[in-house]
Design a protein around this ligand. Structure first.
Ligand SMILES: Cc1cc2nc3c(=O)[nH]c(=O)nc-3n(C[C@H](O)[C@H](O)[C@H](O)COP(=O)(O)OP(=O)(O)OC[C@H]3O[C@@H](n4cnc5c(N)ncnc54)[C@H](O)[C@@H]3O)c2cc1C
Length: 408
């Protein structure tokens, strides 16, 4: 970071401290007690989302306020608390924002105003949003997306065909945002995002996945079979798309790659999820180490245990610092010279897997059972090295930034 970077502070504003304790209370009293049940049920925890909606925590307004919080720390602070409560339920509560962010990042004001509120619904009638980029043969390699969008000029409609996979809230969302290829010859530069309105004909849910962790969060295939959406559903509008495609065809810079832009903006948020899970594991293991006695003394008095806890705490804090830095940089339009957003996600994701593993070790046999939460946290943590770009992809992005080479 250059020396003239003003304003980064670890002092949270009074407002943000209040928000943090308000969410913490919700996480402690509503999310935590329900976590084991929804993990076993492997279903979207609608009643909890409803509760969150009633208090204003599940709402576009809430996220918009945190998003525009001047320090940039509003979103990571909120997300860390939710995921400290539980990652599966946490993702059910924040999953819609991935779709909303993709519209906010690239859409027009009219599109944001029309569609984002419909991704959240309102108390008594909550709704979800889903962002559908990944496909069976296009995971890390976003450029090979096969879903096609063809413009029907006479009807001013786009026709979408393809199969999406791994979509959080896929098939049960009210609004889906789908990344599709408009010009396959241009790879990821020929892609655009489309809003699929509620009840669109031809969109259906395929397989729902039974997962290792974050089991309260719904993950499924989404099948698009001649789905027709109005012209106004092309995120950013046709004029902007045509201009961008023309630039790419002339060999000039192609501007934003729709999916990559969304992922880049959301990576510090995913890092914050991992920090929440890691922090939960350290707190739990430390308390256990204070009270569990073997050889006539608390196990935490053994350096072998205390040193592990020291490393765990240090790595949670280090991951949080990287996360806050990246979130602050994003909010203040600082260039990500060393891919600091990806860096935060890489370090926090790997930290959460390691720390939850150590927490199981400290709890011994108890840690390995479903009577204690640490085995669930360990299963949950693994997702942070996979979704929103695997750890290898983050290393590739950071590696490119650091070396200036075309690392593949
Ligand atoms: C629970 C869950 C929720 C998800 N939610 C969404 C969602 O809401 N929307 C959405 O669009 N997607 C979502 N995803 C998809 C997720 O982003 C992808 O799974 C992820 O990007 C990896 O793609 P893949 O699974 O196809 O793995 P692959 O790309 O096939 O990768 C397999 C392995 O190869 C490695 N690899 C691949 N290429 C390279 C390379 N160049 N160098 C080194 N190693 C490489 C990877 O790191 C990985 O270890 C979700 C996934 C899961 C599991």
């Amino acid at each position: 970071m250059s020396d003239d970077t003003p304003g980064f502070s670890l002092d949270l504003s009074d407002d943000l401290r209040e928000v943090r304790s308000w969410i913490h209370e919700f996480a402690e009293t509503v999310i935590r007690p329900a976590a084991a049940e929804w993990d076993e049920r492997e279903q979207t925890p609608w009643p909890i989302i409803e509760e969150a909606s009633k208090i204003g925590l599940y709402s576009l307004d809430f996220y918009a306020t945190q998003f525009f919080e001047p320090s940039g720390l509003g979103i990571p602070v909120a997300i860390e608390e939710l995921f400290w409560g539980d990652a599966g339920i946490g993702l059910s509560i924040v999953g819609s924002t991935l779709a909303a962010v993709s519209v906010v990042a690239n859409g027009t004001n009219e599109q944001i105003g029309e569609w984002c509120p419909q991704m959240f619904g309102e108390p008594g009638d909550v709704k979800l949003g889903a962002f559908c980029s990944s496909e069976p043969n296009a995971g890390s390699d976003v450029g090979s997306i096969k879903t096609r969008a063809v413009y029907d000029e006479a009807a001013d409609e786009w026709v979408l065909n393809g199969t999406k996979t791994w979509a959080t809230n896929g098939g049960i969302a009210n609004v889906h945002v789908v990344v599709a290829s408009v010009d396959p010859a241009l790879g990821s530069r020929g892609q655009a995002s489309f809003i699929v309105p509620p009840g669109a004909k031809g969109l259906s849910q395929g397989q729902k996945f039974r997962k290792h962790g974050i089991r309260a969060s719904h993950t499924a295939e989404v099948i698009l079979d001649d789905v027709r959406v109005p012209g106004r559903c092309l995120v950013g509008g046709k004029e902007k798309l045509d201009e961008r495609l023309a630039r790419v065809r002339e060999g000039k810079s192609g501007g934003g790659q729709a999916a990559m832009k969304t992922f880049e903006a959301s990576r510090p948020s995913v890092a914050a999820m991992a920090v929440g899970v890691g922090r939960a594991a350290v707190e739990y293991a430390a308390e256990y180490a204070r009270t569990r006695e073997q050889f006539g003394k608390p196990i935490g008095t053994n350096q072998g245990v205390a040193f592990q806890l020291a490393d765990m705490q240090a790595s949670v804090d280090a991951a949080r610092l990287l996360t806050w830095r990246a979130a602050w940089m994003a909010r203040n339009d600082k260039p990500f010279v060393n891919a600091e957003g990806s860096m935060s996600k890489l370090v926090a994701g790997e930290m959460a897997v390691r720390v939850t593993d150590q927490a199981i070790q400290i709890l011994g046999g108890n840690g390995y059972t479903r009577e204690y939460p640490v085995e669930r946290w360990h299963r949950d943590a693994k997702i942070f090295t996979i979704f929103e770009g695997t750890s290898e992809i983050q290393r590739m992005i950071v590696g490119r930034a650091v070396t200036g080479l075309d690392v593949r």
